[in-house]
Design a protein around this ligand. Structure first.
Ligand code: SAM
Length: 289
């Protein structure tokens, strides 16, 4: 506490007074574990930049997967967010408890596996997701969040760190080598953008490649298409991406007929179909069942 001119106590900014992250890591023995995808971000300016990607977070609820020593969590709290975080590494929980003390009532931390959470039950609608995801589960979580039956989904925006190559697949256009199932599932009903690249040297320890922060907003969904059909269709089409659709969709009941109904040449390859064409074929498959 310090005193202002009128002699009233002013609460010291407990977040600003926290010890450096390196000290937290050393004191709590948080040596990075590869098996948990641990590559920590320690630069406060970079972390503040990431926390600004979704826009103003003042008063918003943010879901963070994998806070680790809490660098990004600190930035989210500095941005005025209320944070719900899930962390699998028990070693990080005491460090996160200290952070929760510095931001009373604004941080709750669950110990456990993010893949096992029921986010729609855990979080209020309109929650923003911001996370430096562990690479080993990043794509699985992302696909799960993209393919919720309810739309608009429980989340308002996703701001997620991926390997740059995965980020490029998410935003890829047709007729490029990066375009695939992930591009269609992402772009079908969201607007994904690469917000910034993060060099490998920014992480402790540095991973082998560059990373990118992807920002995703939901947009209105085209009607009459089931998520599962689009998933099955894109899995079949891109499962053999070098082949013509006539061959790659042979094993998908009604697939070749749906192509024909949509006037799509079966000699084309999956990577030439636009997202809208995939949606049209999925809609035709649904209608015929
Ligand atoms: N947010 C921190 C940062 O930016 O420095 C740490 C990011 S690190 C890339 C990924 C974090 O996710 C680690 O803290 C790791 O322990 C945690 N993690 C790994 N697998 C997890 C899982 N299945 N559920 C929840 N957290 C997990």
């Amino acid at each position: 506490m310090s005193d202002d001119a009128a002699g009233l106590p002013i609460p010291k900014d407990a977040l600003a007074a926290l010890p450096p992250l390196r000290e937290v890591i050393a004191r709590h023995g948080l040596a990075a574990k590869k098996s948990l995808g641990q590559n920590f971000l320690l630069d406060g300016n970079l972390l503040d930049r990431i926390a600004r990607v979704p826009g103003s977070l003042a008063g918003a609820t943010v879901y963070e997967v994998g806070p680790g020593p809490g660098g990004l969590t600190r930035a989210l709290l500095r941005a005025g967010a209320n944070v719900v975080a899930v962390e699998r590494d028990d070693r990080a929980l005491p460090a996160l408890a200290e952070l929760a003390e510095a931001a009373p009532g604004r941080l709750s931390v669950l110990g456990g596996d993010a893949l096992k959470q029921d986010e729609a039950a855990l979080l209020p609608p309109g929650t923003h997701v911001v996370a430096n995801l562990p690479y080993n589960i990043g794509t699985a979580l992302f696909v799960r969040w993209l393919t919720t039956d309810a739309w608009p989904p429980w989340w308002a925006t996703l701001t997620l760190m991926f390997q740059k190559e995965v980020a490029q697949r998410i935003v890829a256009a047709p007729d490029t080598s990066a375009y695939g199932r992930l591009s269609v599932l992402a772009q079908w009903r969201t607007l994904p953008k690469i917000a910034l690249d993060v060099p490998r040297q920014a992480f402790t320890p540095p991973p082998s490649i560059t990373s990118s922060v992807v920002h995703v907003r939901p947009v209105a969904a085209p009607t009459g298409v089931s998520v599962r059909t689009l998933e099955t269709l894109t899995a079949a089409a891109f499962g053999q991406r070098r082949k013509m659709l006539r061959a790659s969709l042979r094993g998908l009941a009604g697939g070749p007929e749906a192509l024909e109904r949509c006037g799509i040449d079966a000699a084309r390859r999956a990577e030439t179909l636009s997202v809208a064409e995939f949606v049209e074929v999925a809609r035709s498959l649904d209608a015929s069942r």
